[in-house]
Design a protein around this ligand. Structure first.
Ligand code: PLP
Length: 459
């Protein structure tokens, strides 16, 4: 059974400045999103989470300072490593996901990179699903490769592909819960189970399905988020989160996880899986914080963390509306005679649908893909004609958004790589917002008409 340890780097680190409660008694996301990790500021009584816009924290004495640096005592040192505003965000997401602890970082990209670098070093490899956000693909195929970490891509349709690609140097499995453009839900349990046989953690990017999917319930060990998307929800702040499920035994196969089980010269030879044990099952996230976050410095500003907390407070409500509107858009587009294909979990059959229904609860998410008659040209015209939808490289904003991935988010991939991730020439991605559904449909309708006349398509 999973042990919660929300206090460390929460109540512990911030205890001298904030009263922390994680409200473990409630399991309901609507309540946790508003209350987990914070009640009020003991200094002022402020109910909104204060923005602790400070770089540093006054030490009580030389001994206190030395103890903090030696991790003998827990408390705030420097905002690159921890900050009381950020701690609220970390505790809240850990509570929502049923995890043990979390680390807020400067972007979703930083979250993915650190999540891997925390377990893999030069000469190691990671097995990843092919169905990835284009930026993650680049990180894996190029940047991590240049750093000596090989990422082996496998088709997620067959979970056994992960087993086949595994060797003695495999340190992690990686996938997205609801990857776009394919929008086929990843077989979380199946792959997590294979990983646990070998001592390999499954890292899930749950950016597109927060609240709807709880990957720890299905055996994932680590979750990463781009909070830039649904969690922030208002398009104001780039940010990322890494959540530790506290449910993975890093010591079960010590040779498999050397970075957690061998002395770390960067911290006086600490063996993380051993040293952190008295604090709870949070060795992975503590190591990420006090080594990689310390050294690489991907800190999120407290102001951005505050904005993200504001978003998180209404996330369960917004997600419901995103799902409801996306269902209605799917139904509308599916009946439209100028649309060749609509991509949405509700239209899938077979194994894909079984997985969507198993792993997503409360809706199929806010993303919808479509292909128009007239391919690339019609797709471009359609995006150009949209008036309510914004044409942006983002998803998960409260506003409706659209983009043509082949020429934008996925343009740095080769044509073969684009196809492997599901991007075809005519594909348009919609991130359906929470405006009134009639206005969303009206905008799609007029844009489809304009695209049709521009590319002289007859229905
Ligand atoms: N993961 C997914 C699924 C994304 O869609 C994105 C961004 O588009 C990222 C990660 C990267 O996040 P960020 O842009 O916050 O670095």
């Amino acid at each position: 059974p999973r042990k919660r340890c929300g206090g460390f780097f929460g109540a512990g680190l911030a205890g001298n400045v904030m009263e922390m409660t994680i409200m473990t008694e409630s399991k309901n996301p609507e309540t946790l999103a508003l209350h987990a990790g914070y009640r009020s500021d003991p200094a002022t009584g402020a109910v909104a989470v204060p923005i602790y816009q400070t770089t540093s924290y006054q030490f009580n004495s030389p001994e206190h300072a030395a103890n903090l640096f030696a991790l003998k005592e827990l408390g705030n040192i420097y905002t690159r490593i921890m900050n009381p505003t950020n701690v609220v965000l970390e505790q809240r997401i850990a509570a929502l996901d049923g995890g043990a602890a979390a680390l807020a970082v400067s972007s979703g990209q930083a979250a993915s990179a650190i999540a891997i670098q925390n377990v893999a070093q030069v000469g190691d490899n990671v097995v990843s699903s092919t169905d990835l956000y284009g930026g993650t693909w680049n990180l894996f195929a190029n940047t991590l490769k240049q750093q000596g970490i090989e990422v082996r891509f496998v088709d997620p349709a067959d979970p056994e592909g992960f087993r086949s690609a595994t060797d003695v140097k495999t340190r992690a499995y990686y996938a997205e819960t609801l990857p776009n453009p394919k929008l086929t839900v990843f077989p979380i349990q199946e792959v997590a189970d294979i990983g646990r046989e070998f001592g390999i953690p499954l890292i899930m990017d749950n950016t597109a399905a927060p609240i709807l999917c709880r990957p720890f319930d299905h055996g994932a060990a680590i979750i990463v988020y781009s909070t830039t998307k649904y969690i922030g929800g208002h398009g104001t702040s780039i940010g990322g989160l890494i959540v530790d499920g506290g449910n993975f035994d890093w010591e079960a196969h010590p040779d498999r996880q050397p970075l957690l089980n061998q002395p770390d010269p960067s911290y006086h030879g600490a063996v993380w899986a051993e040293a952190i044990k008295p604090l709870g099952p949070i060795a992975y996230i503590i190591k990420a914080r006090v080594t990689l976050q310390r050294d690489l410095g991907a800190a999120v500003s407290p102001f951005n963390a505050f904005q993200t907390i504001q978003g998180l407070e209404t996330l369960p409500l917004r997600i419901r509306e995103h799902c409801r509107n996306a269902d209605a858009v799917t139904e509308y587009l599916n009946r439209h005679d100028r649309v060749v294909k609509v991509i949405h979990p509700s239209l899938q059959g077979g194994e894909d649908r079984v997985r969507a229904d198993k792993y997503l609860k409360g809706g199929y998410g806010g993303l919808v893909g479509l292909e128009l008659k007239g391919g690339l040209e019609a797709g471009r015209e359609f995006i150009n004609a949209l008036e309510l939808f914004y044409h942006v490289a983002n998803i998960g904003d409260a506003r409706s958004l659209a983009i043509h991935p082949a020429t934008t988010t996925h343009s740095q991939l080769t044509p073969e790589e684009q196809l492997a991730t599901g991007v075809t020439d005519g594909y348009v991605r919609l991130s359906v917002g929470i405006e009134h559904i009639d206005d969303i449909i009206a905008d799609l309708s007029q844009a489809l008409d304009k695209a049709a006349s521009a590319s002289k398509i007859t229905a």
